[in-house]
Write a protein that binds this ligand. Structure first.
Ligand code: IMP
Length: 433
């Protein structure tokens, strides 16, 4: 049962795209299980550089089945333009399937995301404005439109009519915005349906078959643990679960079928959008990490706040997800710093907190307690074996491993696939045969 979930362990943008792309080559099925086009995975491979938002990274391998799971919120316009982009680069999307249970992002979700953000004023969450909060709110309010609804135009029309009537009341009466036309939305989505329907399936059956055949299945996470609506820095969070538990629900796989949960940690921390970030560096070091790491959002282009590795948050992430494997990415970005720091605890007044607090009003007041380690002078980008890393870099990674409290299997030292150190192969899970 080689099923592996790859989970963002921080606030997203940990470099999961590269890790998933690497592992996807060895998988038979790759499933996206949460989020929507708020996510952006940069993949650099022999076809070029791609910013994928919805299509799983396995799409570059024609033998790999790629699934957009039930837990994903799909903006059809984004999906179709991604399909076009891939096809224009000679990459087939015949192996792409969409869960009939996945909710669709509708035009009113985009409008409401913007209107709700504006109405929050100074308390705005800093969403990606991709309609994510509104679409997941509708899902749990049982007011969603799912990919499966597109399979029958009559069913779709009836459902849209019912929902749009309500949404237009909210748009006009709550926000004073213009109503949406049923005819326009209906015909627009019927056009999308023409191209989406051939990809729509009951995908849990497909995944189960692969598991029964003992084929490697990769569950591709989006966003990161600290953006989870339950365990993240609520309300500065996203609206679907990026956790290992979310992988089970969002792909439709029983938890006992997931063998390994690999947490992806960046060697430092970044965050985009509002919300507390205890180890944030609002100084030249932070600026330097941002510049070196090109830390600007793949989806929105916004500059990311940068800070030192937060071991308190990392331990929490391991606990909540049950990581039994880890990847450390972007180690090369820390090349050349005279010293590197790890936030090992939070100071709150006279107290020291060792656990990540659930309340943001507390987290906002937390001061980082740092452990300082020597930096390394030699660049690590060409290193392919752990023992060939500069001693200081080895010491840093070993210290992170102690804090993360699970084995570090992969270290990424640059954007290309080759710039990877496979420290402890994931042999047992069939991903590194
Ligand atoms: P939303 O998911 O667009 O509603 O945004 C909610 C919060 O999650 C904001 O702070 C976003 O910046 C953040 N967020 C959403 N998706 C990502 C991502 O893929 N990477 C990093 N942050 C994200």
């Amino acid at each position: 049962m080689p099923v592996l979930a790859v989970i963002g362990a921080q606030w997203g943008d940990e470099g999961k795209g590269k890790v998933v792309d690497m592992l996807a080559e060895r998988a038979k099925v790759v499933v996206r299980f949460s989020g929507g086009d708020n996510a952006g995975h940069t993949v650099i491979n022999r076809y070029g550089k791609f910013g994928l938002h919805l299509v799983p990274c396995g799409i570059f391998y024609p033998e790999t089945t790629c699934i957009i799971g039930n837990g994903v919120a799909i903006n059809p316009a984004t999906l179709l333009s991604e399909i076009d982009l891939l096809n224009n680069h000679g990459i087939s999307t015949g192996n792409l399937f969409i869960s009939d249970r996945a909710n669709l992002i509708m035009p009113y979700h985009l409008l409401l995301d913007k209107l709700e953000e504006e109405s929050r004023g100074d308390n705005a969450i800093g969403t990606t404005l991709r309609g994510i909060g509104p679409v997941y709110a509708d899902k749990v309010a049982r007011r969603g439109i799912r990919a499966g609804d597109l399979l029958d135009e009559k069913v779709f029309l009836e459902r849209l009519k019912l929902i749009l009537e309500y949404k237009n009341v909210v748009l006009t009466k709550v926000y004073g915005a213009a109503p949406l036309s049923l005819d326009d939305v209906y015909s627009q989505y019927c056009r999308y349906a023409e191209r989406m329907v051939p990809h729509i399936r009951e995908t849990t059956v497909m995944i189960d078959k692969a598991i029964q055949r003992n084929q490697p299945v990769l569950l591709e996470g989006a966003q990161g643990t600290l953006l989870d609506p339950d365990f993240g820095t609520y309300p500065y969070a996203t609206s679907s679960s990026p956790l290992a538990g979310g992988a089970s629900i969002g792909a439709g796989i029983g938890p006992t079928k997931i063998d390994a949960v690999l947490g992806v940690f960046k060697a430092y921390v970044t965050r985009v959008g509002a919300g507390p970030f205890p180890s944030e560096l609002k100084d030249k070091v932070g600026d330097s990490i941002r510049e070196r790491g090109h830390e600007f959002g793949t989806t929105t282009g916004r500059p990311r706040s940068c800070g030192w590795f937060d071991a308190v948050a990392a331990r929490f992430s391991t606990r909540i997800n049950g990581f039994n494997a880890a990847a450390i990415t972007r180690l090369d970005i820390l090349d050349g710093f005279p010293s590197v720091k790890i936030c090992t605890g939070y100071r709150l007044g006279k107290d020291k907190l060792d656990d990540f607090p659930s309340r943001i009003d507390i987290l906002e007041k937390c001061q980082p307690v740092y452990e300082e380690l020597p930096g390394w002078k030699t660049p690590v980008g060409d290193v392919r074996e752990f023992n060939h890393l500069p001693a200081e870099a080895r010491q840093y990674v070993t210290r992170l491993e102690e804090f993360i409290d699970c084995p570090v299997n992969i270290i990424s030292v640059g954007p290309s696939r080759e710039q990877t150190i496979e420290v402890k192969p994931l042999v047992r899970h069939g991903f590194f045969p």
